[in-house]
Design a protein around this ligand. Structure first.
Ligand SMILES: Nc1ncnc2c1ncn2[C@@H]1O[C@H](COP(=O)(O)OP(=O)(O)OP(=O)(O)O)[C@@H](O)[C@H]1O
Ligand SMILES: [Mg+2]
Length: 260
């Protein structure tokens, strides 16, 4: 399965993606976790040891690789470069593995149709397409912003998109915009996941304002999230109850995707 995690800034996308990644490992999947944030932080949230993270460079910053594959210097526009560079070796060569999770950092991704037409975006676009269409592990995409990153060509390959929301009107408004964009590119299987939920009122608020989408689960507001973050631990290890919420979300998703 290929799952994209989106939502307004700071709502808890990375936290959820990291919990889901460990649940998938527990369920026996090979997991490829993709950090599409310009300042990567999924690795830390997954509890990757610093020495493994320091060996990683986001693909968008690998100037030599970009040059080697596309035939042009990153940042140049207008010149000639390969639009379909070779990328099949990149996920295995330039990732780190920790406890069954393969982590790939993309760096700043500017892939939108009308966006940057430059060597690095050609490479990243090919890479995402390759991962979504050709790799057969459980792929979790921790997306930095909305769905602009996913072109029409790849939307089909995403099995489900989770839109993470806090119990606030603003985050639900963003969710609605994301859902619209996703539907525009024909991305189906959209679901809401509530985050930082403090009680039944919060749950109710989210369910009532979810933009016509099923709410697949609620992650409570929990001080252990910040604590794990500070200690560099994975939340999965220190909060088994949150881990089982993530497991339920994956099991529900699997059911919905199979039925779709
Ligand atoms: N369930 C939760 N309970 C308490 N705090 C949370 C919870 N989920 C996330 N947080 C806190 O909220 C902040 C943002 O979380 P996180 O990085 O997961 O969000 P994000 O959506 O990935 O953010 P960004 O848009 O910057 O990538 C962090 O400080 C995190 O510790
Ligand atoms: Mg994040």
């Amino acid at each position: 399965m290929k799952i994209a995690v989106t939502g307004k800034g700071g709502v808890g996308k990375t936290t959820l993606a990291s919990l889901l990644a460990y649940s998938c490992v527990d369920l026996g999947y090979n997991v490829l976790a993709i950090d599409a944030d310009p300042s990567p932080c999924l690795g830390a949230s997954l509890g990757f040891p610093p020495e493994k993270l320091s060996g990683l460079t986001p693909i968008a910053k690998m100037d030599e690789l970009i040059y080697e594959r596309t035939g042009a210097e990153p940042g140049t526009t207008g010149g000639y470069f390969k639009l379909n560079p070779r990328v099949d070796d990149i996920p295995d060569r330039f990732s780190a593995i920790h406890r069954g999770i393969r982590l790939l950092e993309l760096g700043a991704v500017e892939l939108g149709g009308a966006g940057c037409i430059c060597p690095e975006s050609a490479l990243l676009r090919s890479l995402i397409t390759h991962i979504l269409l050709r790799r057969d592990e459980m792929v979790l995409l921790d997306m930095y912003a909305g769905v602009e990153h996913l072109g029409r060509a790849t939307a089909d390959a995403v099995d489900a998109m989770l839109i993470v929301v806090e119990p606030t009107a603003r985050s639900l408004a963003t969710a609605e915009q994301i859902a619209k964009l996703a539907q525009d590119i024909k991305l189906s299987n959209l679901f809401i996941v509530g985050s930082k939920v403090q009680g039944e009122d919060d749950q109710k608020f989210i369910t009532e304002h979810a933009p016509g989408l099923e709410v697949l689960g609620f992650v409570p507001d929990d001080p252990r999230v910040r604590e794990a973050d500070r200690q560099g631990n994975s939340l999965h290890d220190v909060a088994p109850d949150l881990a089982s919420i993530a497991r339920e979300i994956i099991l529900n998703l699997r059911e919905r995707v199979a039925a779709a």
